[in-house]
Ligand binder design. Sequence first.
Ligand code: PMP
Length: 424
Amino acid sequence: PAVTVPAVAGARLTVPLVTGERVPYANLDHAASAPCLDAVQDAVNELLPWYASVHRGAGFASKVSTAAYEQARDVVRRFVGGRRTDTVVFTRNTTDSLNLLARSLPSGTSVVLFDTEHHAALLPWRGPRVTRIRTPRAAGDAVLALDAALADCPVGPRLVVLTGASNVTGELWPVADLAAVARRHGARVVLDAAQLAPHRPVDIRALDVDYVALSGHKLYAPFGAGALVGRRDWLQAAPPYLAGGGATASVTEHRDHLGVSWASAPERHEAGSPNVVGVHAMAVACATLSRHGWDAITAHEQALFARLLDGLERLPQVRPLRLFEGGDRVGVLSFVVDGIDAGLLAAVLSAEHGIGVRDGLFCAHVATRRLLAGTGTGQQRAVRVSLGLGTTAEHIDRLLGALRSILTDGPRVDYHVVDGRWEP
Ligand code: PMP
């Protein structure tokens, strides 16, 4: 039977080619940001006339906005299988969520992570108690490496930072196995689910992790809203992420100072007027994906991904990048083509075929550079193709046809570099 998935507004766009012709846009860059769902667009349109300041007004519009904002906490918590006691802090995105957690660690916390993480998960942790484990070639060895690293940690609080799915290779990390090791060592776990949540169900309890960070714009909602979901105690004890209105319970004037008592988490970390439209959009996206069901969503993606892999296998010049040998992955794949710069290839795919991909190092420089070096091609950048709900078999076939034609006949027009980018 045909698999149906929620409709995506951006799937109906057309784009100009270098010939002047317009073609339907084949967006194969969902890993960067996913175009919004029809249901999200409708929900945003409905809320736009109503949005008002959350928690601060007595007017009806303010009550509508406050209700939408608070209901969104519950929707997002349930979307990731959160415990009833988990708090949901709304942030700007995954980067913001992970930085918030980094600022909320009890003093002396040891942080352990793998060195191939996205910069959002690699960089927020500072100080002497940060251990970066070299990512091994076998996912199973990651469990042993984490065990050894945690055994070397000093006494005190510990946090393990894990990623659900790699934004470079789409590979799934063995999160439940790694979390079990962390638990044995009394460590907490934060899961960077930015790339996992759009493709597979995330379940805090089944995975036995403590925190999940995610971004609305990768979940088929617009930019500007993300969340950190998880245990309340560290967030409650930490100083507010930003100082300002909304994060305070009361401010009083004294002779030589202000007396501030901060609100409890989550408001403690949400100073400033909150992004009610963004948060509502993210919640509607979560609810729509859950309601539709993951079986159909993953079946749609896996069928198209298999079609892509099958086609790429027939092109020996195309060298896919992989962290691990074997193992499952979501519909995200990076590759290099022997003899063609990734930036040029991406430019030709866009200008001559209406296909949007990303090229570069994907905010995961350590991982991507290491994988590029492993190809022995001398290429300095990769091309990334990432599938989503708007992807069709025609998009995949168009990409494969375009690669075949570029490899055989080269680009149809001349390209030159302008401000570091290839342009026709
Ligand atoms: N982690 C992973 C695995 C990602 O793919 C991304 C986005 N590329 C991030 C974190 C950061 O997400 P954001 O830019 O929305 O903060």
